[in-house]
Each structure stands twice: as structure tokens, then as C-alpha cells.
Ligand binder design. Structure first.
Ligand code: S3P
Length: 431
């Protein structure tokens, strides 16, 4: 990363990762042809696509974000010949665990070293309560071995952590269970599964903090236009905010209320973000976001925003490093079990760049100040790599970010899009 520069122009970041996974899963289980546009061609959502293909679903594409799925119906999946390798993708593993717990065949789910180090008991425990036969390692991690059972029973479950992946996993298992499955969350989390199930004609009852459905129904194929991923847009929201002279228009971004913590937090720090042309696209709210440079100030991040911005903290920590004063995050222990320990890895990288950051068990305290050049480690975590790329806009020297191949999990084409927007970025093997 060359230091300095500014971000200008208009751009559309790739499709939403969470919605892309769900579109493949529900389209595969539906009856009929589901046509998708705006699909994220990142290695995470492609892992889900390949997994469903290996279970006999005919999927055409992706071709410039277009995918067509010939749904096989609720009972049409077939046993894959080999274990399903889900790469780096936690969403694939947790959601597919639920979807596959009620099938008539055995299946093994595995992934890369990072994914096989992440906690899976949060899904295997409640799925076992539903009657599933699902075994992980002694440490509660993948590989997960799922064996067929006579039947699954609906479950009423109060989640101990605010996790959309757990909620979605149980709702997907609930489609194949007898009776009602009801999941209650301790704080609102992304609700794409509930919205999309409704779009596929499946009744989901939502009452306060609970989402409930009754097993045994069917999904009807539909057309889906996937918005740009606010989690990818977040890097540009931060990059433009921290750099004098920046002005960006981010087009067609998903602004589902369960995902907009990054906008709320940045605005509280003093950012200038405008939400333009809000509209509804297939049951998901979408808008264009205009962002310009601003003087940011440190804040205490409200804990209720944490699940709404859970993937955006690496970028927000860079904003905090560029803000005046101290930013304090609490109630975010979940960040330690993402693709990397995002509290520790960000603190280490910020320290390398001369920024004062003190970790706590469930958060971090960052003092805004000058950013120096240096070599930082992303530990194979896509969002850490992209966050430090944005830090270069305000750095006083060159920043080298190591281990960046996984940027392709969520943001293929990041290097060229970011460089078009004005970032001084080059990568030896970038696509
Ligand atoms: C996701 C939910 C979040 C998020 C992840 C995608 C999803 O995880 O961090 O990147 O698509 O449901 P948790 O639900 O485990 O917090």
C-alpha cells in the first residue's frame, strides 16, 4: 500500500455474502427454477454453491453474478461422494449443518485450518436436541459428521449468543422437523433467512425476538436480485470518511436494519453518510450511500449496535485510529471467534503502525493518532486485510499486508476496484 491518496467516484461493491449463501440453499430446496442476479462470486459463497452441486443440484453459472438453480424440492438432495470442503466459510458450515441434519444420507463437512478451529457446538448442541446425529471433534470443532436419523423434532430454543448463523441453522433444520421450531435471540441479528423463506413462500412467524416455522412445507422457486454487500461497502465508508477530499457514491447497497450498525456507529463518530433513493428489492431494503470525508471523534460504541455491525469492526477500528480521542468497544467477545481473533489481530496490526490499542476480553480501547508505515499480518482474514488497506490512506509510510489471498472469500476484485477509487494498492497475484 502506497501511503496517502483519496477516494472518489461511484462504485458498486460485490453482492451480499449472507444473502448469496441463502439464495443457493433455498433455491436448491425449492421446486422449480430460481434465477439469481448479483450473486457474490467469492470463494465463500462458491463453497456453498459447489456443496449443493455435489448433492445433485443442477446450478448454471455464476456468470457475471447470474446463477440459475434447478431446485430439487425438499427431498431431492443426494448423498455427496466425498466430504464437503467449505474452505474458510463459517456461514456454509453452520447453515448447511442445519439443512443437512434431517437428510436421508450421511455427510461430512470440513474446511480450512481457520474454519476447523471455530466453535461449532453452538449449532451441534441444539441440533442434537432436535434429534440430529452430528459429531464434531472433542474440541467441538469441524470436521462434522452428520448421519441420517429417523426424524427431527421441532425445538423451542433461546440462543445464548446473538448469532444469525445459529438462528438460520435451526430454522433450516426446522424445515425438515416435525412440528414447530422457534428460535429466540438475545439481541437482533441479521434476518435474511426469515425474509428469504417468506420470499420462497414459506410461512415464518416473527414475534418480538422469536422466529418460528413449522416443518413439512415446501419452497417455491423465485427470482432474486442480491444487493451489494454493506460489509464490503464498509471499507469504503471508512476509507472515504478518514481521508480529506474524498467523496464516494456506493451503489445499490443492502441496508437491512439488522446490518446498518456500521452506518450508525460512523455517524455517531461524526461521519457524513447520506442514504439516497431507499427502495425495496425483493424484500430487502436497498439504497445508494454517499460518503464524504469528515473529522471523526472517538466514542463509546453502544453495545446494542454490536450484532448489527459484527463484521465491520476491523474497518471501524481503523476509523477509531483516525478519530480524535478514545474509542471504546465492549460486549464484542464474538469477534475473537471469527475468521481470526479480530480483537487481537487488529490490536497487533495497529500497534505495528504506531496506534495505541489496548485489548480487553470483550473489546478494545483505541487512541486516535498518527499512523505509521509497517508490515502487518492479516492471518488469512479477509476483513483484516481490507481494513489495513484503508489505513494506508492516512499512513505516513508504506504498509505491507501479508497473507491476503482470502480477500477473495468475500470481495473478489477488491484490488482493482479500490485502485480505481484511488487507493494506492498493488498485489502480486491480485485478480
Ligand atoms: C453471518 C452471520 C454472522 C457474520 C457472518 C455471516 C450470516 O455470524 O459474522 O459473517 O450470514 O448469517 P454470527 O451469526 O455467527 O455472528
Amino acid at each position: 500500500m502506497r501511503p496517502g491518496g483519496k477516494l472518489r467516484g461511484h462504485l458498486r461493491v460485490p453482492g451480499d455474502k449472507s444473502i448469496s449463501h441463502r439464495a443457493i440453499m433455498l433455491g436448491s430446496l425449492a421446486k422449480g427454477l430460481t434465477r439469481i442476479s448479483g450473486f457474490l462470486e467469492g470463494t465463500d459463497s462458491l463453497a456453498t454453491l459447489h456443496a449443493l452441486r455435489r448433492m445433485g443440484v443442477v446450478i448454471e453459472g455464476p456468470d457475471a453474478g447470474r446463477v440459475s438453480i434447478r431446485g430439487v424440492g425438499m427431498n431431492g438432495l443426494r448423498a455427496p461422494e466425498l466430504p464437503l470442503d467449505l474452505g474458510n466459510s463459517g456461514t456454509s458450515m453452520r447453515l448447511l449443518s442445519g439443512l443437512l441434519a434431517g437428510q436421508r444420507f450421511p455427510v461430512t463437512l470440513t474446511g480450512d485450518a481457520s474454519l476447523c478451529g471455530r466453535p461449532m457446538r453452538r449449532v451441534t448442541r441444539p441440533l442434537t436436541e432436535m434429534g440430529a446425529d452430528i459429531q464434531g471433534t472433542q474440541a467441538g470443532t469441524a470436521p462434522l459428521h452428520i448421519r441420517p436419523v429417523e426424524r427431527l423434532r421441532g425445538l423451542t430454543y433461546r440462543m445464548p449468543v446473538a448469532s444469525a448463523q445459529v438462528k438460520s441453522s435451526l430454522l433450516l433444520a426446522g424445515l425438515f422437523a416435525e412440528g414447530e421450531t422457534c428460535v429466540t435471540e438475545p439481541a437482533p441479528t441479521r434476518d435474511h433467512t426469515e425474509r428469504m423463506l417468506a420470499g420462497f413462500g414459506y410461512q415464518v412467524r416473527r414475534e418480538g425476538a422469536s422466529a418460528c416455522l413449522t416443518g413439512g412445507g415446501e419452497l417455491r422457486a423465485c427470482a432474486l436480485d442480491i444487493p451489494a454487500d454493506i460489509s464490503s461497502a464498509a471499507f469504503f465508508l471508512v476509507g472515504a470518511s478518514i481521508t480529506p477530499g474524498s467523496e464516494l457514491l456506493l451503489e445499490h447497497v443492502g441496508i437491512n436494519p439488522t446490518r446498518i450498525g456500521v452506518i450508525n456507529i460512523l455517524r455517531e463518530m461524526g461521519a457524513r453518510i447520506e442514504v439516497l433513493n431507499p427502495r425495496d428489492v425483493g424484500g430487502e431494503p436497498v439504497a445508494d450511500l454517499r460518503v464524504g470525508s469528515a473529522r471523526l471523534r472517538g466514542i463509546r460504541i453502544p453495545e446494542k449496535q454490536v450484532p448489527l455491525a459484527i463484521d465491520e469492526f476491523p474497518a471501524l477500528f481503523v476509523a477509531a485510529a483516525c478519530a480524535e480521542g478514545e474509542t471504546r468497544l465492549t460486549g464484542a467477545a464474538e469477534l475473537r471467534v471469527k475468521e481470526s481473533d479480530r480483537i487481537q489481530v487488529m490490536a497487533d496490526g495497529l500497534a505495528t503502525l504506531g496506534v495505541k490499542a489496548q485489548t480487553t476480553p470483550d473489546g478494545i480501547i483505541i487512541q486516535g493518532g498518527p499512523i505509521q508505515g509497517g508490515h502487518v499480518e492479516s492471518h488469512g482474514d479477509h476483513r483484516i486485510a481490507m481494513a489495513f488497506a484503508m489505513a494506508a490512506l492516512r499512513a505516513q509510510g508504506k504498509i505491507v499486508i501479508n497473507d491476503c489471498a482470502n480477500v477473495n472469500t468475500s470481495f473478489p476484485g477488491f484490488v482493482s476496484l479500490a485502485s480505481q477509487a484511488g487507493l494506492g494498492i498493488s498485489a502480486p497475484e491480485a485478480t
